[in-house]
Structures are given as structure tokens and as C-alpha cells.
Ligand binder design. Structure first.
Ligand SMILES: Nc1nc2c(c(=O)[nH]1)N[C@H]1C(S)=C(S)[C@@H](COP(=O)(O)OP(=O)(O)OC[C@H]3O[C@@H](n4cnc5c(N)ncnc54)[C@H](O)[C@@H]3O)O[C@H]1N2
Ligand code: MOO
Length: 429
């Protein structure tokens, strides 16, 4: 008689995993390697940005007081006493009715308090001296980008744990971080089990399938911000599996296996956990897909036994592995973001267990609408590629109808996904 497993609620399973949450160590990487990492320390501005008053335009820096009488009938003329490009400093003090030709980004010369755009000036020469005239007055402060208008010294610009995106890269460079403090990437091992598995380069044979889960999981690991160590696939041989799991565990922070967690004759994970003295945290969750997701711990290392079924495996990763990765990088909200959405199609399947339906979310008339992204069995692989969310259908419900409000959990591949565009003109008006 096979032991009957008692399913635990999804939230309970998440808590049991998160009891093992840890903080990643810190390391420094060069700025060019920092994109996509998580910053390990809050970044505070050690100077103002801009660091000096500067010109936002090409034109002439003047003393605004000199321009007050200017009109089209009586233009005011200024002696052009110098020229200053971005990156240089005009050393002299500018006097009455003097102007300095200034380029965008150059510091405002001493004595000046306004910049007149080039297009609003006329230039001429008299006795080898350059002059510039204007036909209207300019107030003090016209066209000056003030020191500190963007960032004030002392401000916290990047919180600890923030993802380093291109904008964060710009800030790090602005403040001179040639080396960036980041969290060391959690190293996660991946091992696929099953005698039916072929690697992608192998020709299909009767009864065999290609190992898709390993490649999916490795991408999920990288998307979540951790580092992959791939240990390949193993056939259903208990001794071989025990040896390889033990060996892999030495080399990683966390080990993920796929397959072999159910109750079949060759579902060896329970025996492997026993053999390596790992404590099983749970082996049945009241959810679909992924009910067989099993998590064990040996000392402080977690072993995730994800289902062999691709959709179950995918969901198991996002719900249980992702938050462990993110919390290691200081995230207090490491779980998938939840949003309300309108169900765009009937979903009549009864749900004794909480169901995580692979889905697409789209905007329709300003509302977030969600529909299943395809074939919904836990063995499905086709519906994963287009999914950008999970619809959460609580356990006990008898099915849902189009128009009802549901919760969706947002996946993070939005950058690569195609969002609906009406047309270029409408989007950029
Ligand atoms: N008598 C019962 N049978 C099953 C139960 C149950 O409770 N009682 N649970 C079912 C559920 S639910 C699931 S989910 C699966 C889980 O099975 P395992 O996680 O043990 O995985 P396997 O049996 O090894 O494989 C399941 C399925 O997935 C394919 N597979 C395996 N590895 C990969 C891979 N790397 N890439 C792609 N596909 C993979 C495998 O060939 C099987 O078709 O058990 C149910 N059975
Ligand atoms: O674990 Mo299975 O995926 O519930 O369907």
C-alpha cells in the first residue's frame, strides 16, 4: 500500500519554504557586469546632480539685468568676451553688457544669471570685436539648470536589494561606482530525472521525450536572478540518482530536480531524500498543477523536487523557488505580484484544489483582462510560451464565468512579450 499523502494549503507550503530563507553574501563586480544583478547596499548621492549650474541650451550667458530695456525697436547689444564648451570652465567674471557664448552642458560663468538661446540672438562684428544683440528682456534664472535640481547630495537613490536595470546603471556611473556592491548570485543546481528523457540534440525514439524542463528551469533561475549549474539528466536508477544528488548538493546552494516525485515505481525522490538524510518539508500541496511539488532540506540547503510535468514544474518554480531567490537579495516582497483582472473566457473546470492557470493578461478598454494561454493540463508545454501570468482560482470553487473578477500573478517576461499596440500614432501622441 502506497502511503497516502496529506495535501497542505499552498500558503502553508510557501511558509515552510520561507522558513529556510537566507541572505546572500555580498561581493563587488565591475560596473559593466552589474546589469541584471541586485544591489547589496543603498546608494546615496555623494554630490549634487548637476554638480554645478549649467546651460541647458546652446546660446549666450548674460547678466539678466542688462537685458531689461531690450525691445525690437531698441535691441540691447552685448560684447562677446569668450566662448565655453561643455567640459570647460570660464575663469573670468562677466561684466556689464558682456556675454559668453555657451554650449549645452557648460557651467554658467560667474556673474551671469541667464542664458539666451542661440535662435533668439543676432551676432555681428565691429572692429574685430564680436557682439550679440537681443530684442527682449530675460529674467534672472532663464535657461539655467541649477546645481542639485536633479539629485541632492545625501539623497538615497537606490534602495538595497533593487534590481540593477539600465536606469540604475546610469546612476551608478553618475556617482562613480566603478565597482558595484551586489548580492552574490545564489547557485542553483538542476538535475532532470527519467529514463524517458533525451537531450535536445538527440533524435526522438519510441516512448522517449525531450528533456524540456531542465532548459525551462534554467531560464527561470536566470530570470529570477540566480546562477545555474546544470548536472544533466539521469535515468531512473536509484543508486545513480543518490550518488548524483549527493554530489550535486556539495556544489550548489539549492538543488532542483524534476520528475520522480509522485507515487510511481520509478519515482525515486522520496527514497533519495531518505538516503541522503534530508528532511521532507512537504510532498503534497492542495494546488494544481504542481500538487506533487516536494521540498526537502538538508542542513541549511533546500532541495526542490519539482514535478516532471512541464506546467506543474513551471508553477512549482515560480511559487516556491523564486521567492527564496529574491529574499536572498533583500526583497521583502519576493513573491509574484498579484493584481485583480477580469476573466475574459469561461473556465468551468471544478477546482477542489487551488488552480494556477497559465494565462495571458491584456488591456482591454483600460481594464486588465485575462484568458488561459492554452492547453491547461499539468503535462502541457504549449501554454507556457505565451503565458505572462497565472490566474489563481481558489480551491473549492466550481468554475468561473467570463466577466468575473479574478486574481492574477504576474510573470516577469513582460519585456520579451508582445503587448497590444493600437498603432504607433495613438501610442506616441
Ligand atoms: N497514481 C498516481 N499517479 C500520479 C499522481 C498521483 O497522485 N497518483 N500524481 C500525478 C500528478 S498530479 C503529477 S504532476 C505527476 C507527477 O509526476 P512526477 O513529478 O513524479 O514526474 P514523472 O512521473 O517523472 O513525470 C511526469 C511526466 O512528466 C514527463 N517529464 C518528466 N521529466 C521531464 C522533463 N525533464 N522534461 C519534460 N517532461 C518531463 C514525464 O515523461 C511524464 O510524462 O504524476 C501524476 N501521477
Ligand atoms: O502535480 Mo500535478 O501537476 O497536480 O497535476
Amino acid at each position: 500500500m502506497v502511503e497516502k499523502r496529506q495535501p497542505i494549503p499552498v500558503a502553508e507550503a510557501v511558509h515552510r519554504v520561507m522558513d529556510y530563507a537566507f541572505q546572500a553574501k555580498k561581493e563587488h563586480v565591475s560596473l559593466t557586469q552589474a546589469h541584471g544583478r541586485f544591489i547589496a547596499q543603498a546608494i546615496r548621492a555623494d554630490h549634487d546632480v548637476p554638480a554645478f549650474d549649467r546651460s541647458p541650451y546652446d546660446g549666450y550667458a548674460i547678466r539678466s539685468v542688462d537685458s531689461q530695456e531690450a525691445s525690437s525697436q531698441h535691441p540691447v547689444r552685448f560684447q562677446v568676451v569668450g566662448e565655453i564648451g561643455a567640459g570647460y570652465v570660464y575663469e573670468d567674471v562677466v561684466g556689464d553688457y558682456q556675454a559668453v557664448r555657451i554650449m549645452t552642458g557648460a557651467p554658467i560663468p560667474q556673474g551671469c544669471d541667464a542664458v539666451v538661446m542661440l535662435e533668439l540672438t543676432q551676432t555681428f562684428e565691429e572692429n574685430h570685436q564680436k557682439y550679440m544683440s537681443i530684442k527682449r528682456p530675460f529674467e534672472a534664472g532663464t535657461n539655467i539648470s541649477y546645481k542639485g535640481e536633479d539629485v541632492q547630495q545625501g539623497a538615497v537613490l537606490i534602495e538595497q536589494g533593487q534590481y540593477i536595470n539600465p536606469g540604475v546603471m546610469a546612476l551608478l556611473a553618475t556617482f562613480g561606482y566603478e565597482q558595484v556592491p551586489v548580492y552574490r548570485k545564489t547557485v542553483i543546481g538542476v538535475l532532470a530525472t527519467g529514463s524517458e528523457l533525451l537531450e535536445p540534440g538527440e533524435a526522438l525514439q519510441p516512448g522517449k521525450i525531450r528533456n524540456s524542463n531542465a532548459y525551462m528551469i534554467m531560464a527561470q533561475i536566470e530570470r529570477a536572478g540566480a546562477e545555474v549549474k546544470y548536472f544533466g539528466k539521469l535515468s531512473d536508477d536509484l543508486t545513480l540518482c543518490i550518488e548524483n544528488v549527493e554530489k550535486a548538493l556539495q556544489e550548489v546552494d539549492i538543488l532542483i530536480t524534476t520528475g520522480g516525485v509522485s507515487v510511481g515505481d520509478y519515482d525515486y525522490l522520496p527514497a533519495i531524500y531518505e538516503a541522503i538524510d534530508a528532511k521532507v518539508l512537504f510532498n503534497k500541496i492542495a494546488m494544481r498543477p504542481g500538487s506533487v511539488t516536494t521540498v526537502a532540506a538538508r542542513n541549511d540547503k533546500l532541495l526542490f523536487g519539482l514535478s516532471g510535468n512541464p506546467s506543474a514544474c513551471y508553477v512549482g518554480f515560480e511559487l516556491f523557488v523564486r521567492p527564496i531567490i529574491r529574499s536572498a537579495y533583500g526583497h521583502t516582497q519576493p513573491h509574484l505580484r498579484r493584481e485583480p483582472a477580469i476573466l475574459g473566457a469561461d473556465f468551468t473546470k471544478p477546482n477542489p484544489f487551488t488552480r494556477f492557470v497559465r494565462a495571458r493578461i491584456e488591456y482591454e478598454k483600460g481594464k486588465l483582462v485575462t484568458v488561459p494561454s492554452g492547453f491547461d493540463k499539468s503535462s502541457a508545454v504549449s501554454s507556457l510560451a505565451t503565458a505572462n501570468a497565472f490566474i489563481v482560482l481558489p480551491g473549492g470553487s466550481r468554475g468561473y464565468e467570463k466577466g468575473m473578477q479574478v486574481d492574477v500573478l504576474l510573470l516577469e517576461d513582460l519585456q520579451g512579450s508582445e503587448w497590444p499596440w493600437d498603432n504607433i500614432e495613438k501610442s506616441y501622441r
